[in-house]
Design a binder for this molecule. Structure first.
Ligand code: NI
Length: 163
């Protein structure tokens, strides 16, 4: 099922998501819906927060053929290293792209759809995507990393577009 995506500056995007206690069929159904919603958008990452479900779940697929789905439940960055500047966008902030500075390499620990713990090392686009999506479940948007002036301009542009 394709679910509606919340758009900036919707205050629900500021919700800090709750830990998933049990990875059950309800969670797996939500994950399936999140992948469908992300692929249809189309996007390379989606956090549950963006579809107004406030559980710590993110889905990612950075592959060109959209055949490498990655689901991270309760993801935690356990190591980070280096710095990288990358132009980011977000399904919740349509038609807006800006460079953001993030860690170049991250090591993340999460649960998969079977509820098993796994660790993953990622850099460049995948690492950035993981950091961007983990921000979402903490109620943070990539635009929060920009200068106050850029944020003010974006807010004005968004208000104008919504009139
Ligand atoms: Ni996003």
């Amino acid at each position: 099922m394709i679910l509606p995506i919340l758009h900036y500056p919707d205050s629900r995007l500021r919700t800090v998501a709750k830990i998933v206690e049990t990875v059950d069929d309800a969670v797996r159904t939500l994950v399936k819906d999140m992948f469908e919603t992300m692929y249809q958008a189309p996007g390379i990452g989606l956090a549950a927060t963006q579809i107004d479900h406030h559980q710590r779940i993110i889905v990612i697929d950075i592959s060109e053929d959209k055949n490498q789905p990655l689901c991270l439940i309760n993801p935690e960055i356990i190591e980070k290293d280096g710095e990288i500047l990358w132009e980011e966008g977000c399904l919740s902030v349509p038609d807006y792209y800006q460079c953001v500075k993030r860690a170049n390499q991250v090591k993340v620990r999460a649960l998969n759809e079977q509820g098993e713990t796994f660790e993953l090392e990622a850099d460049e686009l995948l690492g950035i995507c993981i950091q961007h999506e983990i921000d979402h479940i903490d109620g943070i948007l990539f635009v929060d990393h920009l200068s106050k002036l850029k944020q003010k301009r974006l807010l004005e542009k968004t208000k104008k577009a919504n009139k």
